[in-house]
Design a protein around this ligand. Structure first.
Ligand code: DSN
Length: 430
């Protein structure tokens, strides 16, 4: 690997190797990060990057798409099979772009949509006022209950009935509990709204049956492909073909829901698709069809529960008291680090990578929030199990309780490095 880069651009090759070393020697615990397989990486670095392919298979604006069409069709077929979806668009470059396209296909500017509060686990594109979503659409936020820090679906239902949004959006980036997708779909049906889910974080858990797969019950579902799916940095949209609310919301419109989704992706927001990344997604979908993928997802959840228990046993408070999925959020407000920013920085010094995060009813700010978000997908890919999670939980708790103890930080960094040598990563890339 890197033979040509090394020869032509040693400065860049050195940086790439340093990043490889960082990933190998540290504990990647940001719950939205993972390690793609060598096959996924290889497919992303192919001659497909050379090709312009505006349009869709058999409907392109350039010639020379004989094989590109087959690659994209393969990715579409695999996505549909994997998720039991009627329609799949595999072209979105990213999760934000995919959400943008979904909203465009379902709403007019100013339309009302229900989404999870950012501080309670929602995403920037779920209506943050600084994001296109909050500027272009009328987002009404639902949130967790103060006492449980979990969603109460009766409260969500009441809000939906009172507000009558055109879209009910479920899904999250920082909610440690299960989402009741069928109940979200029921609520949407009850009020004649579209049911949309963003399953970017938990997609693998949904595929493995650890969480409910919302695709059958929802009009539109989108996901990034990077996270628990372990594919390249990208996204896809899955949808029904027929719009059950077409007469009500789109009278006179000729395009069905699937066609509106496709049109929203191209030509509305994107030009040439990244066919090399689409090829890489096809590889990731094939990997997700293997029986061992299910075992991997089950282990992610077991590891998250073991890590959460260890953190709590060592005196830390977790939002909602634990986790049902791959992530958890440590409340740092009463710890010596005082906030998640300082906390995540202390952990980083020891080679443990997490991210600062708002917690429900946070008195901090997005740049100095009270929480640290962390999870187990990447460590589970390395082969770590409950025993390692218990140990890592102890290290994290010690560091957050003794953030200025440089000797402890140095010792933990060495312990982290020693641990990682037992779980080799990308040995073939060195
Ligand atoms: N940035 C991603 C995450 O970390 O959850 C979501 O876009």
């Amino acid at each position: 690997m890197l033979e040509h880069v090394r020869q032509f651009d040693p400065e860049l090759a050195d940086l790439l190797n340093l990043e490889l070393g960082r990933q190998q020697d540290g504990l990647v615990m940001i719950p939205s990060e993972n390690f793609a397989s060598p096959a996924v990486l290889e497919a992303a670095g192919t001659v497909l990057t050379n090709k312009y392919a505006e349009g869709y298979p058999a409907k392109r604006y350039y010639t020379g798409n004989e094989f590109i069409d087959q690659v994209e069709t393969l990715a579409i077929q695999r996505a549909k099979q994997l998720f039991s979806a009627e329609h799949a668009n595999v072209q979105p470059h990213s999760g934000s772009g995919a959400n943008m396209a979904c909203y465009e296909a379902l709403m007019q500017p100013g339309d009302k949509i229900l989404g999870l509060n950012l501080a309670h686990g929602g995403h920037l594109t779920h209506g943050s006022p600084v994001n296109f979503s909050g500027k272009k659409y009328n987002f009404i936020a639902y949130g967790v209950e103060k006492e449980t820090e979990a969603l109460d679906m009766d409260v969500v239902r009441k809000l939906a009935i009172a507000e009558k949004p055109k879209v009910v959006l479920s899904g999250h980036t920082a909610y440690p509990r299960k989402m009741n997708f069928s109940e979200f779909a029921d609520i949407a049906n009850e009020i004649d709204a579209y049911a949309m889910a963003d399953i970017s974080h938990i997609v693998g858990l949904c595929l493995a049956g650890e969480h409910e797969n919302p695709v059958p019950s929802h009009d539109v579902v989108m996901t990034t492909t990077t996270k628990t799916l372990r594919g390249p940095r990208s996204a896809i949209i899955l949808s029904k073909i027929i719009d059950r609310l077409q007469e009500k919301y789109w009278p006179g419109e000729k395009k069905n829901l699937a066609q509106r989704i496709d049109f929203s992706v191209f030509p509305t927001f994107q030009g040439g698709p990244l066919e090399h990344i689409i090829a890489s997604k096809a590889v990731a979908f094939k990997e997700a069809m293997l029986p061992e993928f299910k075992g991997y997802q089950q282990q992610i959840v077991k590891n998250a529960k073991a890590l959460a228990q260890s953190l709590m046993d060592n005196g830390l408070r977790l939002v909602s008291g634990g986790t049902d999925n791959h992530l958890m959020i440590i409340d740092c407000s009463k710890l010596p680090v005082q906030n998640g920013k300082v906390g995540a920085q202390v952990l980083e010094k020891a080679g443990i990578y997490t991210n600062m995060n708002m917690i429900p009813f946070d008195t901090g700010t997005p740049f100095k929030p009270s929480g640290i978000r962390l999870g187990t997908p990447a460590l589970t890919t390395r082969g770590m199990k409950e025993k390692e999670m218990k140990q890592i939980g102890e290290w994290i708790a010690q560091l957050l309780q003794n953030p200025t103890n440089d000797a402890l930080i140095a010792k933990t960094k060495q312990n982290v490095k020693d641990l990682t040598t037992h779980f080799p990563l990308y040995s073939e890339l060195k």
